[in-house]
Design a protein around this ligand. Structure first.
Ligand SMILES: [Zn+2]
Length: 308
């Protein structure tokens, strides 16, 4: 069965300024690497629809959505926080980034594709029910997961977050929701300095100290993620795929390599095949060293293709 590669032109037009690490070239780095690695031709390409208001409102409050719409600038940059800005294309980009996760969900639940990678920006996992922050406007992975639950009647969802930063927004949205298991690793202490206190029963948060590498990451996955995933028996897996735990990344201090991203993807695909008919939806989060981002995302996608 095919693997979907979902993006939208607006993902390249959302631009937070010439020195911002969360830049349009990130998507070129991934797309170019997929071509040079010979993988692109095996993917089925889709254009992301815009998420509807109803789809966004499953995970965000109406007032928050209205604020983001109202703050969309007609020209120039409007800053939501010191790290997060909107240009005139950002609102459309955010709607299509969330819509990519919706389309991915539809494709894998209907059995048209085995898995999907959403190559979209802005990323989403710092966006909470009521708050945009940390380069994120709407929570793409949460919109996808909520679509699986509400539109398709899926009863058990897993969200796996291997971005180097804690996915505080996703945790905010799904905390204490027994339908959703979230497992994550993140560097701690590091932005947004959350994830270690008052953690709900459906959250498996594994903080890693700066300098942690492959062994510590793989131990966390084997000892904590995989047993929790086996107990939850998800009907679909969502991956918050941030590649900023790579050793070349300038924003953090973990020491992963593309081999670690290939390994964890194999493990997750195996969980998906055991419990979820192979269904796996991956959405891009961080990753700011462009070459490392391209290589890591390509290995992640290669493992999805191999197993499809
Ligand atoms: Zn990150």
């Amino acid at each position: 069965m095919p693997i979907a590669y979902i993006t939208h032109p607006s993902s390249l037009l959302h631009d937070m300024g010439p020195y911002h690490p969360e830049c349009p070239d990130r998507l070129h780095a991934i797309g170019d690497r997929l071509i040079s690695a010979g993988l692109d031709a095996y993917l089925r390409h889709y254009t992301a629809p815009a998420a509807t208001h109803e789809q966004l409102a499953r995970v965000h409050d109406e007032g928050f959505i209205a604020t983001i719409v109202a703050e969309s600038p007609a020209s120039g940059l409007h800053f939501i926080d010191p790290d997060t800005a909107m240009n005139p294309h950002s609102l459309a980009a955010a709607r299509h980034a969330a819509g990519a996760a919706v389309l991915a969900t539809d494709l894998v639940v209907r059995g048209e594709c085995r898995g999907a990678f959403c190559a979209v920006r802005p990323p989403g996992h710092h966006a909470g029910r009521n708050r945009a922050m940390g380069f994120c406007l709407f929570n793409n992975v949460a919109v996808g997961a909520a679509h699986a639950i509400h539109a398709h009647g899926i009863e058990r969802v897993a969200v796996i977050d291997f971005d180097v930063h804690h996915g505080n927004g996703t945790e905010d949205i799904f905390t204490d929701d027994p339908r959703v298991l979230m497992v994550s690793t993140f560097q701690h202490p590091l932005y947004p300095y959350s994830g270690t206190e008052s953690v709900a029963a459906n959250m498996v948060n594994i903080p890693l100290a700066a300098g942690s590498g492959s062994a510590a990451f793989r131990d966390a996955v084997r000892d904590h993620w995989l047993p929790a995933l086996e107990r939850h028996r998800p009907d679909i897996l969502y991956v918050s795929a941030g590649f900023d735990a790579h050793r070349e990344d300038p924003l953090a201090g973990l020491e992963l390599t593309e081999a670690d991203y290939a390994w964890v993807t194999r493990e997750l695909v195996a969980v998906a095949h055991r419990h979820a008919h192979g269904r796996i939806v991956s959405t891009l989060e961080g990753g700011y060293a462009l070459s490392a981002l391209g290589r890591s995302a390509a290995e992640h996608i290669r493992e999805m293709l191999v197993a499809a």
